[in-house]
Design a protein around this ligand. Structure first.
Ligand code: AMP
Ligand code: MG
Length: 403
């Protein structure tokens, strides 16, 4: 049995991207750039107006005041998307729309709200400074600029930026495909009759949605009976076809827990086979032919906990994220808590924010077979192994779950 921190260190050492690929930008949300994004152009590509108003020459507005307004002859209107080839002279203005190019010789824009018009004359009531409401050519981006660096997480803002720079596709770290295998003779599916001694298979649904929340594709191998030969065949197939294989159940030392034996038989390198964590001790992690393998305990709460604690950081690192570890923060206990000493305890709680501080409250039973536990919780405290009795007011680190 190894410590939680050692387990996370091993995972982080082993995990790395599985490859790169070019993808259409709209399919890149949540993925990570595997190349620097350079600009070929200047942005904006011309001096443009930031306002609807009138473009004039700033020297032409000197000494204009409220009491001393001045009239300018309006030569025409420039819409966004139009290119104005004419320049303006002293005493002249162009009506201009937001986003339209500033005509030659003009160097500022006065907003429409600050002027009055009479026929084709526009009256200004104040001086206008050079560059007023002008977005300058190349002010945001110059040709050759590295606009986004390799390793950047792609969000809608970056997708908009790709489009404005003319990128239809970008190179990203390939998202891994996850294979999910559920084991247990006792399991029936949602719409099957629950016979004697059977329970419904909930892990397949909970874990599938956790994988999908990471933006990853899941190939589900459904429920496999506790039969070593059958399970071995399916594990081999999943290791062939997917990048990360997860099994649920059959992870402990029971007579029908075959996962570890199978891993040894196929020659997988088992990196650890249990972690000092509660719930979730029998989690194991192995690597095989560049593929990653996790065996999760079958208890629903243990499966969710170990997925969140260990598999998410691995997936993030494989996706190319630089910050792959979960971030926790100080939480004040809103009441007394009691846990058993020995292992790092992931204690599910209700986190409440008050006066810019976070407080944790009990949600009742933490039994590892009860999904009702986690469904009452919105967070988890990471209680160090030596802690047992904790008092209200004490600070423990923790984090929100399912966020
Ligand atoms: P195991 O890890 O196979 O020993 O299973 C531990 C406990 O979790 C047993 O009570 C199982 O019935 C239960 N369990 C295993 N797999 C599932 C599953 N897919 N959905 C719900 N409960 C499960
Ligand atoms: Mg089982």
């Amino acid at each position: 049995m190894i410590s939680v921190s050692d387990a996370l260190r091993i995972i982080s050492e082993e995990a790395k991207p599985i490859g790169k690929e070019n993808r259409e930008i709209l399919l890149c949300n949540g993925l990570v750039l595997a190349e620097d994004i350079l600009s070929k152009d200047s942005l904006p590509p011309f001096d443009k107006s930031a306002m609807d108003g009138y473009a004039v020459r700033s020297i032409d507005t000197e000494r204009i005041t409220e009491e001393n307004p001045r009239g300018f002859k309006v030569r025409g209107v420039i819409k966004a998307g139009q290119w104005c080839t004419e320049s303006i002279n002293l005493g002249e203005a162009y009506k201009i729309m937001t986003g339209a190019p500033i005509p030659m010789e003009a160097d500022c824009v006065i907003e429409v709200e600050k002027v009055k018009t009479e026929g084709d004359i526009v009256y200004l009531y104040n001086e206008v400074k050079k560059d007023n409401h002008v977005i300058k050519f190349g002010e945001e981006i110059q040709p050759g600029d590295i606009v986004l660096k390799k390793g950047t997480e792609i969000r809608p803002a970056e997708i908009g930026l790709f489009a404005s720079l003319g990128y239809k596709t970008v190179e990203i770290y390939k998202p891994p495909v996850v294979g999910l295998i559920i084991t247990g003779d006792e399991l029936v599916d949602i719409d099957e009759n629950i016979g004697k001694g059977k329970i419904r298979n909930s892990n397949e649904y909970a874990i599938t949605s956790m994988i999908r929340s990471l933006g990853l594709e899941v190939i589900s191998y459904g429920v496999v009976k506790d039969d070593k030969a059958v399970l071995k065949k399916i594990i081999e197939e999943a290791l062939e076809k997917t990048d990360i294989v997860i099994t649920s159940g059959g992870a402990s030392a029971g007579d029908y827990d075959f996962v570890e034996t199978i891993l040894k038989e196929i020659g997988a390198e088992i990196k650890f086979d249990s972690v000092a964590i509660k719930p979730g001790k029998p989690i194991s992690f192995a690597v095989f032919n560049g593929k990653f393998f996790f065996s999760l305990p079958g208890n629903p709460l243990s499966a969710i906990t170990t997925f969140e604690q260990f598999i998410e950081p691995l997936c993030n690192k494989v996706l190319g994220k630089l910050d792959c570890m979960k971030e926790d923060f100080p939480i004040i206990l809103g009441e007394d808590f009691k846990v058993r000493k020995g292992r790092v305890k992931l204690l599910y709680v209700k986190i409440v924010k008050r006066d810019d501080k976070y407080y944790a409250y009990n949600i009742g039973s933490q039994s590892s077979n009860k999904l009702t536990t986690i469904s009452k919780a919105n967070g988890v405290l990471i209680v160090p192994e030596e802690y047992s009795e904790m008092n209200a007011g004490q600070t423990i680190r923790g984090r929100f779950i399912f966020k």
